[in-house]
Design a protein. Structure first.
Length: 223
């Protein structure tokens, strides 16, 4: 795996990027809390120590820190420098190391070819800021980064979330359905695909009744 210096930029990120502004406005608080996402935690037995994981649009580091505490070698990418700085602080408090990258997962030069087929896990938790065309690029990049036999874990909102209005995108096309994910990951082994409602308590941004979907899909092994 290529190594990145801490906070290595993939491209110039302006301070007025909306996500950077949003994290900045939260001050010292963690917008999505410091505890890991529940769907990620449910799959704890699958995360073997020493495995490599890439978390895209990872925000303030709650999920990457949790995986690092379990002994994984973790790389985390986010577009907001403020969030990446807070992830570094959270990692330091938990005495774990993260390979942190400031960058845009939708940048034309991401992911670099040298990282294709590299990671045991590629994780996307609430990355639904992308419309249909951008989502196709997201998923393609995540698939490229996963090693043969590796896995992708996704957690997101379903269209029913538009009724709850307790977080997530307000645009229907950004939301996931089981059919959408099965189509996007055709040819992969869908190990888990769960659509459900639950009460969320992940910081101030995700709080209250929520309509969710989670998926774990395994890339075919090399032949």
């Amino acid at each position: 795996m290529d190594k990145f210096d801490e906070h290595t930029p993939i491209k110039a990120i302006t301070p007025d990027n909306p996500w950077n502004v949003r994290y900045q406005a939260a001050g010292d608080a963690y917008l999505f809390g410091t505890e890991p996402n529940h769907f990620l935690v449910q799959h704890a037995p699958l995360f073997a120590p020493g495995s490599s994981a890439l978390l895209v649009a990872d925000g303030e580091g709650r999920n990457s820190v949790w995986l690092a505490r379990r002994g994984l070698v973790v790389t985390a990418l986010d577009i907001a420098p403020v969030a990446v700085d807070k992830a570094a602080q959270l990692a330091a408090r938990n005495q774990v190391a993260l390979n942190l990258i400031v960058g845009d997962m939708l940048a034309p030069d991401w992911p670099p070819a040298s990282l294709h087929g590299t990671f045991d896990w590629v994780v996307g938790i609430f990355i639904q800021f992308a419309n249909a065309a951008a989502r196709a690029r997201q998923f393609t990049a995540m698939q490229q980064l996963t090693r043969p036999g590796g896995r992708i874990l996704l957690q997101g909102y379903t269209p029913k979330q538009l009724d709850y209005r307790t977080g997530g995108p307000s645009v229907l096309e950004n939301l996931y359905t089981p059919a959408l994910l099965r189509t996007a990951f055709a040819g992969w082994e869908i190990e888990d695909l769960a659509e459900y409602d639950t009460d969320m308590a992940e910081g101030t941004a995700h709080h209250g009744p929520s309509a969710l979907i989670g998926m774990v899909a395994r890339k075919p092994a090399a032949t």
